[in-house]
Design a protein. Structure first.
Length: 228
């Protein structure tokens, strides 16, 4: 009898996203430890963040001018793979892997990517436009929260099908936002929760379209019948 690794059950795109987060952080950690890159390697993380992170002031400037250079638009899809340190990365990667596994079992691979990157892009955009001071956004959390949104959508549909209260589908996001609130009250808030909550909303809403049979459910919902 053969025993299959649980990794084999994870959608390949989720594995790729996870590997990208871990791999990039591994390079930075090795450089900062002096294992690679020499003296120049110590500044690799900072340089990457400057070149590929999302800065609120920069997005606001592009919005005001109506100019969107490709070199800066890339930041919206590159920042999820940059983190401040290993701890910052591992929690985002773990959430993404766990929720990506669940969503990937039910959505097609392209739908998982669509949710992750749409949540990342919209989360960064809304975060930047609501900032009242200069700020930096990096990390895979908005994209991971997008997958939480897709996860909540799946539960939402399942609960309705068995006649259970659909509000239960939002217990996870409610718990996470409560933790965010407590930490914000204790240590101050950097506003990243705006990107995370936006990512969740985008992930949930987009699932109406990208989930299997989602367009049919969306049409029924618009007509007033609700998803089945």
């Amino acid at each position: 009898m053969s025993v299959e690794s649980p990794v084999n059950d994870i959608s390949p795109v989720v594995v790729v996203l996870f590997a990208a987060m871990v791999g990039i952080e591994g390079v930075f950690a090795a450089a900062e430890a002096g294992m690679i890159g020499g003296r120049m390697g110590i500044g690799w993380r900072v340089s990457a963040i400057e070149d590929y992170g999302v800065f609120g002031s920069l997005v606001q400037l592009m919005w005001e001018r109506g100019e969107w250079p490709l070199e800066h638009l890339i930041r919206f899809v590159s920042y999820p793979f940059l983190h401040a340190n290993f701890t910052h990365m591992i929690f985002a990667a773990a959430i993404m892997l766990a929720l990506g596994k669940y969503v990937g079992d039910r959505f097609r691979w392209w739908a998982v990517l669509a949710v992750f990157f749409a949540a990342s892009i919209c989360g960064a955009f809304v975060w930047a436009l609501t900032k009242t001071d200069a700020g930096l956004l990096i990390g895979g959390y908005p994209g991971a929260y997008g997958l939480i949104g897709a996860f909540s959508y799946i539960l939402w549909v399942q609960l309705r099908s068995v006649g259970q209260p659909q509000i239960r589908a939002f217990q996870l996001i409610g718990f996470l936002m409560m933790i965010r609130l407590v930490l914000g009250l204790l240590f101050g808030s950097d506003g990243v929760w705006i990107a995370e909550l936006t990512g969740f909303v985008v992930g949930f809403a987009l699932s109406f379209i990208v989930s299997p049979g989602g367009f049919v459910r969306l049409r029924a919902f618009i007509r007033g019948a609700g998803p089945t």
